[in-house]
Ligand binder design. Structure first.
Ligand code: PEP
Ligand code: MG
Length: 756
């Protein structure tokens, strides 16, 4: 093994020297192909580079006709070279001409060569070109020769990616790497962001490619693999891992991969061929990714993403990179591109530098999206392939209105979007004007527009949005962004700040709603749950851990001294839970008054309607609480049995449909009969069309993200609510459930000049 590996090692050393020399790019390439040919005892070595117009152009050759350089061309998929590029797999042929894809290029003079070995030039799974060696004799290239050529191709990939070859391209022609790409996505949060890509958990750029001593590198690799396995074991044994069933499955798959002998063997081979441990990880990963890109089986592709993550973890272990290094180097206009992300991770980025968020996964109601919305960041979700198509530093546009991501946009696309941004700014100005107008429908019905919040960063929005108050304060966000349970004083301080900022406007605090997809990594009491959305969460958890609820209630009661305190309970399933919570609260009130604390002047207790069982206890519910608030995100998830965080099904059914609107109407009717105020604080409230549907079924108070208040108010001030209510009643009372309510509402808006 050592003898055969000596060749590639020598070659890599020579290439390293060439890379360091101050040469013109063409000169450097010419020497590179010369050395490869010499080292591999091949008569020909050629490099083809993929251009943005899907043409592979000959960039350098040793052995073929030199005048064909920059002239010989093949389309992607055409000829042997085009086949390699399209499939991202090597071709090893002893009689090249016999291959069905062989295409004869007379200008190159290659017809005299029989054997052919070509490998794709890959970077992060993308094909950037093809590297070929040829011999006159009919021979089959050995495994180690293929390996050596692939390793060499990786060095060339770096050259292409760093822009070294861009100087060799003719004017008007671009390399594929810089090709503009548009990815269609789902609009998860309104707004348009222009900026530069920051890959979340970025693919680490490996700069140190060649090793000095392979034994040492193998040791480094083994060390890192050992720590990786340990860290995965550690994560798996942590109870909170099972918050999301999928999360655990992924980790288990990782753990399996970390022991995968094929993977480890390939890593070792790459090191023996002269690479550093980190370059070996990147090479093996890149080859694998490229192969998997052509697989259609979604399960296998998903597993590939796991492998990617694993490789990234391994790279980070080898290089000692932490997330801190990233924040420091963040551009001023960052567009974060991630496969998926936790809410807390987004908050690690400084808000003032964020212009947009691109997610390959997630759903509109997942928590990172809710946080992004609270922060006013445009989000495009389900942007498939975004992570592998984007490079750090690429110019990018997030279109959270139409749902698209434009990578490396052309100047005219960029100009068009810059104009849109200006237009939106003017519209925001209009919304600001609207802020002063009363919130009443065209036919004079007042509607309360409240905002959702959860963090101190949200507070300035209260004045800016013109909200009538905070309809939902997600108190768990403070817990989610902390690394340990927030102390009682910290809780009290936040609640006091919130009430101060509200200046007498109503604020409804929701008691901590953790569990489900809201993870507190430090809360070790969480069990592994098969089905966490239906598990130990929200009020169930706080009733079982009354210490949590007591501390929070005490903080709330103190913070609201002399003012109104409104508290609501999440995920209530039965009335008894409200009674139990009330007992705990009453005990806290008594405790504080015994110590002569300044208590709130009124205390209102409400329940969220999120669990369908409450629908059959509506009357009792309305008589038990001071108000109810519909959590339409969870309610819809449970009514339709669709996981709100699962992008496959999260948006499958439309809440603006007869059955769900009938249910929502039933709640307002029950509230009216009992004289209990009803509000709704899920994402439905924040889109003008769904907000219109809510008004049509009787809601007079809704709570939404602050950015939605302007558009919703613009809708409602033009809305003839009486006419709409009649239309909705007719629709919901009809015998059929299949009416297209969304379409009907859009038509109604168009007829009545209602901006949606
Ligand atoms: C809801 O479920 O609609 C809701 C408002 O709560 P959350 O989105 O925080 O679960
Ligand atoms: Mg909820």
């Amino acid at each position: 093994m050592r003898e055969t590996a000596a060749g590639p090692r020598l070659l890599l050393r020579r290439l390293r020297e060439l890379m360091a020399e101050p040469l013109e790019p063409q000169d450097r390439l010419d020497r590179i192909v010369h050395h490869i040919a010499q080292n591999m005892v091949a008569e020909v070595c050629s490099l083809y580079v993929l251009r943005a117009d899907s043409v592979l152009e000959l960039y350098a050759t040793e052995g073929l006709n030199p005048s064909s350089v920059h002239h010989a061309q093949l389309r992607l998929g055409q000829g042997l070279v085009g086949t390699i590029a399209a499939s991202a797999r090597p071709l090893n042929l002893s009689e090249a001409q016999k291959h069905p894809a062989f295409a004869y290029l007379p200008e190159t003079g290659e017809e005299i060569y029989n054997s052919f070995l070509g490998v794709p030039v890959l970077r992060a799974g993308r094909t950037l070109g093809v590297l070929v060696v040829q011999n006159r004799t009919m021979r089959q290239y050995r495994e180690d020769e293929i390996e050596a050529l692939e390793t060499t191709a990786m060095v060339i990939a770096e050259m292409i990616a760093t822009g070294d070859l861009a100087r060799l391209t003719r004017p008007g022609i671009e390399l594929d790497l810089s090709r503009p790409v548009t990815i269609s996505a789902a609009p998860f949060n309104e707004g348009i962001g222009l900026g530069h890509v920051v890959l979340h958990e970025p693919r680490i750029v490996v700069t140190n490619l060649f090793n000095e001593d392979s034994e040492e590198e193998v040791e480094r690799l083994e060390g890192a693999l050992g720590s990786l396995r340990l860290s995965l074991d550690d994560m798996l044994s942590r109870r909170d891992v099972a918050f999301e069933g999928e999360h655990r499955a992924v980790l288990e798959a990782y753990r399996m991969f970390a022991d995968d002998t094929g993977w480890v063997r390939r890593l070792h081979e790459a090191i023996r061929n002269g690479l550093t441990a980190e370059a070996a990880v990147e090479k093996v990963q890149s080859d694998m990714r490229a192969r998997m890109l052509h697989m259609t089986d979604p399960y296998l592709r998903e597993r590939m993403s796991d492998f990617d993550d694993l490789a990234n973890r391994l790279l980070r272990m080898l290089l000692g990179h932490g997330p801190e290094t990233l924040a420091a180097s963040l551009p001023r206009d960052a567009i974060i591109v991630a496969r998926s992300m936790g809410a807390a991770e987004l908050l690690d980025y400084p808000r003032e530098k964020l212009r947009g968020l691109v997610l390959e996964d997630g759903a509109i109601t997942s928590h990172v999206v809710i946080v992004a919305r609270a922060m006013g960041i445009p989000v495009a979700g389900q942007a498939k392939g975004a992570v592998s198509m984007a490079e750090n530093g690429d110019a990018a546009i997030v279109d959270g209105v139409e749902g698209a991501v434009h990578l490396r946009p052309t100047a005219d696309v960029e100009a068009a979007f810059a104009e849109k941004v200006r237009f939106r700014a003017r519209r925001q100005e209009l919304y600001r004007e609207l802020r002063k107008k009363p919130s009443v429908t065209r036919d004079g019905v007042p509607v309360e527009l409240m905002m959702n919040a959860g963090l101190a960063v949200d507070l300035p929005q209260l004045a800016e949005s013109g909200a009538a108050g905070i309809g939902l304060f997600r108190s768990e966000l403070q817990f989610m962004v902390a690394s340990t349970f927030p102390r009682a004083e910290a809780q009290e301080r936040l609640y006091r700040d919130v009430l101060d900022a509200a200046r007498g406007k109503p604020v409804t605090f929701r008691t901590i709603d953790i569990g489900g997809d809201k993870v507190l990594p430090y809360f070790k009491a969480m069990e592994n749950e098969e089905n966490p959305a239906l598990g130990w969460r929200a009020v169930r958890l706080t009733l079982d851990r009354p210490g949590l609820l007591r501390t929070q209630m005490r903080a709330l009661l103190k913070a609201a001294g002399g003012r109104e305190l409104r508290v609501m309970l999440p995920m209530v399933t039965e009335i008894a839970e409200i009674r139990q919570a009330r007992e705990i609260i009453d005990r806290e009130v008594r405790h504080l008054s015994r110590f002569a604390h300044h208590l709130p002047n009124t205390l209102k207790l409400g329940a969220m309607i999120e669990v369908p069982s409450l629908m059959w206890q509506l009357e009792e519910l309305m008589n038990t609480v001071d108000f109810v608030s519909v959590g339409s995100n969870d309610l819809f998830q449970f009514v339709t049995a669709t996981d709100r965080g699962n992008s496959r099904v999260g948006d499958r059914f439309d809440p603006i449909s007869v059955p769900f609107l009938r249910l929502l109407r039933q709640i307002t009717e029950a509230g009216r009969e009992a004289g209990t105020p009803v509000t709704l604080c899920g994402e439905l409230a924040g889109r003008p069309i769904s907000a219109m549907a809510l008004l049509g079924v009787g809601y007079r108070s809704i709570s939404m993200s602050p950015a939605a208040i302007g558009p919703v108010k613009a809708m409602l001030t033009e809305l003839p609510l009486g006419t709409l209510t009649e239309l909705m009643d007719d629709t919901l009372n009809a015998q059929t459930c299949e009416k297209d309510v969304r379409g009907m509402l859009a038509a109604f808006a168009a007829e009545n000049d209602i901006p949606l």
